[in-house]
Design a protein around this ligand. Structure first.
Ligand SMILES: *Cc1c(COP(=O)(O)O)cnc(C)c1O
Length: 406
């Protein structure tokens, strides 16, 4: 029998790169009574979260909020802007880029998948020069959109979105730029307007510290224009009616009222800390985590230090070690969940999430669980990663003092 009320002493360490742990403050907000989604209070909540989420995307344009997981927002981005048979240029950075491409195929689009061969492409970010070269060949402008993943959650590699914009402009190509930052938003710096992104896709259960269940499309004026002639069938996902009703804080259908309470609370928390402080906190924890991996003598999945993810770290296992067996030991012995390797990397690495509601001691406990699990599993460990991470954190003060002097 499935026992969901099983509660071992202490708390479970949910160190997967999403869903991330939901702070008590947000859980309490979500537990408020559900209200009438056509009543007067709801409009005020709607207007607040719609304005606040724009700040997080760094856009002055509409952000559409769906009662759906991130996958729904992927589908919405494509179905609002494209027509059957359209060519889309997608870049293979890992498992999530691959899933988005499969979704595009199912919608009747023609995705072209660019990338570096083998697992090499799963260890580096988007190569903007390859995109530029491909767009230059496309003099007839058959390619309608370029789609890239900003934070590839399957590998722990980010991509330089400004460079992709530059590549599209350098080629003088009119394709839309669509970006998945489902796991990057509110953890890694992201600038929808400044980077000239047309549709940005995101979700609730990663950097935003919410449970799964709502997702987003940030939409540029050019994308709204494309929606007027796009012919893919869409109803639930259609931006037009949602954006029109959002003017007064309402939705055409029942929104996720309680998750929007949670979003309101999450926005307060993130903006109180300050977005730049949130990003710096993630960078610092990620660097401490990498110090641990290097001390263990293990390899970091991301092979290009300029694009290390601040959200998660992929840890590669030596040959002959099954990463899933190590994860299982850590789960059984220390009540901690780590991310499994996906797709091409299956069994060869595990992923440590350090995103959202995470601080120095959360990370230290996580690394202690990893180090013990590696030793129990017989993985040769060169030196203490825990000690290396502690030294790093002690030597590099947090940019935002936890307790301001009274
Ligand atoms: C989590 C994630 C998704 C999938 O989102 P769901 O909420 O599981 O549908 C897509 N892309 C990236 C980069 C992700 O991290």
């Amino acid at each position: 029998m499935l026992k969901l009320d099983f509660h071992p002493a202490g708390r479970h360490f949910l160190q997967i790169p999403g869903p991330s742990p939901v702070p008590d403050r947000i859980l309490r907000a979500i537990s408020y009574p559900t209200i009438d989604h056509r009543g007067p209070e709801f409009g005020a909540l709607g207007l607040k979260v719609l304005a606040g989420i724009r700040t997080i995307f760094k856009t002055v344009h509409p952000v559409v909020i769906y009662p759906a997981s991130g996958t729904g927002a992927w589908e919405a981005a494509l179905s609002n802007t494209l027509s059957a048979g359209d060519t889309v240029l997608m870049f293979e950075t890992g498992h999530f880029a691959t899933l988005w491409k499969k979704l595009a195929e199912k919608l009747g689009l023609r995705p072209e998948f660019l990338g570096l061969p083998g697992i090499e492409g799963w260890r580096r970010g988007v190569q903007a020069d390859l995109i530029e070269a491909r767009l230059r060949q496309d003099s007839g402008h058959a390619i309608k959109a370029v789609c890239v993943v900003h934070n590839e959650t399957s590998t722990g590699v980010t991509s330089d979105i400004a460079a992709v914009r530059k590549a599209i402009d350098a080629a003088g190509h009119p394709a839309l730029l669509m970006v998945d930052t489902i796991s990057g938003l509110a953890s890694a710096d992201y600038r929808h307007d400044e980077w000239g992104v047309d549709v940005t896709v995101s979700g609730s259960q990663k950097g935003l510290m919410l449970p799964p269940g709502i997702s987003f499309n940030a939409v540029s004026p050019k994308a709204l224009e494309a929606a007027k002639t796009a012919k893919l069938p869409r109803s639930f996902w259609d931006w037009e009616e949602i954006i029109a009703m959002n003017q007064t804080g309402y939705w055409p259908y029942t929104p996720s009222t309680n998750l929007l309470y949670g979003l309101s609370e999450a926005l307060d928390m993130i903006l109180e800390e300050g977005l730049d402080n949130v990003f710096a906190r993630h960078q610092r924890l990620a660097e401490a985590c990498r110090h641990a991996v290097r001390a263990w003598g293990l390899e970091i999945q991301c092979a290009d230090p300029s694009v290390y993810s601040p959200v998660l770290t992929g840890v590669m296992m030596p040959d002959g070690i099954d990463a899933d067996a190590v994860r299982r030991v850590i789960y059984d012995r220390f009540n901690m969940s780590l991310g499994a390797a996906l797709g091409k990397m299956k069994g060869r690495m595990f992923r440590i999430g350090h995103l959202g509601d995470c601080n120095d001691l959360t990370l230290m406990a996580t690394l202690a669980g990893c180090e013990m699990g590696l030793k129990i599993s017989g993985v040769p460990v060169a030196a203490s990663g825990v000690a290396a991470a502690m030294d790093y954190l002690a030597a590099h003060a947090s940019p935002l003092p936890l307790r301001a002097a009274a």
